[in-house]
Design a protein around this ligand. Sequence first.
Ligand SMILES: [Zn+2]
Length: 193
Amino acid sequence: MSDLARIVISVALYVLLFGYSIISLVEPVDATEPLANYPRMPAIDNAPPQVAAWSLSPTVVVCQHAPISQIQIKSAIKFWQNLGYTFENVRYKEDPTGACTSDRPWGYIVIHLVDKKTKLEPTALAQTHFFVDNLTGKINWATIRMRPDVRETVLEHELGHALGFLHFNRIDHLMNQKWEMGGWDSLGLRSNR
Ligand SMILES: [Zn+2]
């Protein structure tokens, strides 16, 4: 593989409690693994920045060991549906297309339990990566890794990252980067499509 095909900008935005990073993909046709990341960190204070969106509705897959109940995922999906987002499908511990084991689960938001390979800050509750095609600005796939004993709002918050949102540090807001300061405020999260 040509090194020129690999344009990698790597920024991991790990924060005190919620962790996330954005992987912005410059499509290397023959690359064996996702590359690249994301230098932008907009400082916008009046709304949660949404830096990318899905072109098609993603399918959400709760993978085998993910510490999420069926009730939790249903409720989290409902939260985002109520804000105008659509999902192609939601699969609970069923993965007929192998999205959970894929390096590039195109069209999917996959939810895993953290594993030893996950570089997660000790205080982070979860981590989401979303992969953006730099040419189209659209999200291709997202992976969420969660610690056990998922607290209220964490799954919804991580799905927010998977839908392209960054942190927004307003008190009680869902996308607050600190869990203790967050809540159910969804200001600025409604889909404008
Ligand atoms: Zn976060």
